[in-house]
Ligand binder design. Sequence first.
Ligand code: ADP
Length: 732
Amino acid sequence: MARKKANSRKKKSPANGVGKKTAPAVVNQTPAEEKAAPIVEETAPVAEKTEVTAAEPAPVEEKTAPAAEEAAPAVEKMETPATEPAPVEEKTAPAAEETTPVAEKTETPAAEPAPVEEKAAPVVEETAPAAEKMETPATEPAPVEEKTALAAEEAAPAAEKTEATATEPAPVEEKAAPVVEETVPATEKTETVVKKRTSTRKKAAPAAKKAESSPKKTTSTKKKAAPIVEEPAPVVEETTTINVMSDLPRRSVAFIGSECHPFVKTGGLGDVMYALPRELVRLNCDVRVILPRYACIPQQYQDKMVYRGEFYMDLGKTGREYYVGIMEYICDGVVYDFIDNQEFFSSGNPYLNLVDDIPKYCFFSKAALAALNFMNWIPDIIHCHDWQAALVPVYLRTLFQDSPVGHARSILTIHNLRFQGIYNIPTIQYWSGLPDSVFNMGALKQDYEDANMLKGGLAYADRITTVSGTYAGEIQTSEYGEHLEGHLRYHSGKLRGIVNGIDYGMWNPETDPALAVNYGLGNVLDHKMENKLALQKELGLEEDESKFVIGLISRLTNQKGLDLVSSIVPQVLDGNTQVVVLGTGDKQYEDTFRYYEDTYRGTFSACIQYDEARAHRIYAGADALLVPSRFEPCGLTQLNAMHYGTIPIVRETGGLKDTVEPYNTFTGDGNGFTFDRYEAGLLLDAINRAKTEYFTNRYHWDEVVQRDMAKDVSWENSAKQYKDLYLELTPW
Ligand code: ADP
């Protein structure tokens, strides 16, 4: 989902003082469409095709490198049946017609697109073609010794595997048991209540503090894979009452992803990583969420983390051993394990630029699996999210295949296909240490010289999900496929869409502490006005409850339809309408909205900031919320809005289409106002239809407000679908 852009590249300080990290030469951030036509690869072997068509989990032999099933599919092949392997003709057709403008592609963390000629293999990369080596502008040339180390690394693949397993299991089970189950009264026979464990928690605090400092103390004691035998401190567990449906089959799931509310969030991925695990705990899953321990995680959570152990891990062809610390925090039955390494996670923003992010997430993906082995906590399912964790399924079926965690089945969820982790092959090979066999057109390889981490993950994952049914279909077309449409069509047999929900604990207008006045279904009509007045006051807008207030809460990027919005603002501001924008992102949009605020003082408010509490107040105080996205995998803002009685005005794409039923003026049915084609005129028309209903047919408008508030947009149903998927993969 959301990815913030990078500003600059920061130097990293070695975490363990051992060796020196060799920087890859220079980034390739050239959008794929700028590249030469892809090579036509050979036909995929039968085994690969069988994997795709089979509903059953792939047998072990299929887990080796998926072959080159398609070089570049023809866009016309949209109608290819879901389970059909890609026909041979597809392979010869380069995706010539690109519908997405170049600007969109560079939206990926790439803040400073590097010129093509800067794309070079890491200096140590033996397989890099000579031409590339000559080109290397080598910002930090690798020292000669590095090459020796590389050779050693390559010669010892067995050590790699051992490293992941050779660690003494940490006594996780007793300490980290996420729930204390107690039988509930007869009326709730099927459920189990998780009680607070405040008394044991208290004891943990001092030990936690002491343990927390230990990673620093031990950084110089570099011993490969040797866990520091240290009694982990009792885990600080924060648990409110959770009703666990203990009669359901139990499964253990490791979530691996790059952000999670409330620790770090830049968009919807953070919301999902927070809410879905909590809901899965209720469905009798044992869930562990594995995250980077970014330095930007608020101190209040850093303080609650407890040291669980540490080990050293080699990484790719760096020839170095990297410190991997595990810090743990348990909340509401979910265990959060933070992978600690200051060298990779010390910046103030989780996403910087690909120069930093590629090594960071290679490290993170590998360390996450090694940590599971280290903790001897082998999940039934490993559920990975977006490109940052997309190498996990690849590692699982290569370097970790013969380690304990290799038994787990994997799911990769696409929250936003636009972000894929694309870089030149030598660099990704260098940092990941993955075997040559995975760098083929059926897995990581893309075009002539790039590797695509998401593409590799999609090939190796046992199942692929994305966050709405409509988006699952859209991404198999050239319009939305971000150059992976052929790959996704090829793997469509294991792809499905499950729409996101929202966490009713986090989003509840009855209890939301950010609001001026709390309200529920029964008193929304009165109290929403009070919230509107409070919002107008807060933002310096004319305080008038009769005004129609339109909110927009979004990352300010090309994806979100902001060019449409900015082109119609003068027509929307008719004297009876106010607009509130909350977001950060591309400068052009930030400046445009600032300009409108200056020009239309008192009726247009531009809050160029990320402010969670203000977002809640806008959901409560606005009458309508705009989501005119160019594409939208799921979208959460329209769900938040509906739950707060704010009517969404959305484009019919992705999850917006699946969650907002168009209002029908004749029957009065529907949840919001919609438009289909990506055109400013159609957006304006939808806004005008909403206004007409609001100003001339308030009775019906109010009915929609109440219907939206009553609509079930919780995680309950979606989490059940994920649980079903887990059971499908682990049918015992
Ligand atoms: P995406 O993940 O593409 O950014 P989503 O609609 O899936 O979009 O999720 C956006 C989430 O981030 C919502 O919870 C929304 O309220 C929140 N959000 C977006 N921008 C801001 C902001 N500037 N301040 C506070 N919350 C924001």
